[in-house]
Ligand binder design. Structure first.
Ligand SMILES: [Zn+2]
Length: 223
C-alpha cells in the first residue's frame, strides 16, 4: 500500500512538500509499471474487506492512497488512474475541502463516481496525540459527517494525519465502527490483527520510480 500526497509539475519549495510531491510523469511511469507487471489496484476498503472475509491477501495487488485532498487529485491523478484502469483511495480533511489548492465537493463526488474510495483524514490536519479522547472523536466524527452530508460517502477507512496516533486513538477507532485505519509506519499490510495501525509505504519524489518498481516486482513475485 503506497502513500502519495501532491502530484504536480510544480514542486513546492518547503522541505516536506518538496520531498512528498511527485510529478504526473512519475505517477504515469508507476502505473505503466503496474500494467507491465500485470498487477491490479484495489481500494484500501476493498483490501480490508477481502482480508476480513478470510480470503487471505489478494495476490498481485497494490493499493494507492492519496492524502490531503489536493486539487491535483482531480486534475492530474484521476485522468491517469482512468487511463490505466486503476483505482485509489483518497484521504480527505473535511475543513480544507473547497479551500485554495484543494478539492471542491463536486470533485469529491466526481472521484466517488469514478469508483474511487473516499476515506477520512480528519476535520483538520492535526496530530491526534495532542488531543484527548473527546477531541479525537470530534476530529473523526466531523470529517465523517461532512463526507456523508456533502458527498454521500460513508467512510470505511481512516488515515491519521502525519501518521500520528496513540492508545487513545486506537480506542476511539475501535468505537468508531470504521473498518481500518492507516499510519505512516513503513510496511506492507499482511493481516488485520491490528486493524487500526496498518502500515503504508510513503512515495518520495527522489526515489519514486526505482523504489516503486522494486516493491511492485516483489508484489508480483509474491514475496
Ligand atoms: Zn495528511
Amino acid at each position: 500500500m503506497f502513500t502519495y500526497h501532491m502530484v504536480a509539475w510544480r514542486i513546492p519549495n518547503d522541505p516536506i512538500g518538496n520531498a512528498l510531491t511527485i510529478t504526473p510523469q512519475q505517477l504515469r511511469t508507476q502505473l505503466e509499471t503496474l500494467q507491465r507487471l500485470g498487477l491490479h489496484t484495489m481500494t484500501a476498503a476493498n483490501l480490508v474487506a477481502e482480508i476480513a472475509r478470510g480470503a487471505g491477501l489478494p495476490r498481485r495487488t497494490v493499493v494507492l492512497t492519496f492524502d490531503d485532498g489536493y486539487q491535483n487529485a482531480r486534475t492530474e491523478v484521476l485522468p491517469l488512474l482512468r487511463r490505466y484502469h486503476a483505482v485509489a483511495t483518497f484521504y480527505l480533511i473535511s475543513s480544507t475541502i473547497g479551500t485554495a489548492r484543494h478539492l471542491r465537493w463536486s470533485d469529491v463526488r466526481a472521484l466517488k463516481s469514478a469508483g474511487m474510495e473516499i476515506g477520512a483524514h480528519g476535520r483538520e490536519h492535526v496530530d491526534l496525540t495532542e488531543l484527548d479522547a473527546t477531541g479525537q472523536f470530534a476530529q473523526v466524527n466531523a470529517c465523517r459527517r461532512a463526507l456523508r452530508r456533502w458527498a454521500m460517502v460513508e467512510a470505511q477507512t481512516y488515515a491519521y494525519p502525519s501518521g500520528r496516533y496513540n492508545a487513545t486513538t486506537l480506542a476511539v477507532m475501535r468505537r468508531s465502527g470504521l473498518a481500518a485505519a492507516f499510519t505512516e509506519d513503513y510496511g506492507e499490510v499482511r493481516s488485520l490483527s491490528q486493524p487500526y495501525r496498518l502500515p503504508r509505504i510513503r512515495v518520495l519524489r527522489e526515489s519514486a520510480v526505482p523504489a516503486f518498481s522494486a516493491i511492485a516486482e516483489a508484489v508480483r513475485a509474491g514475496s
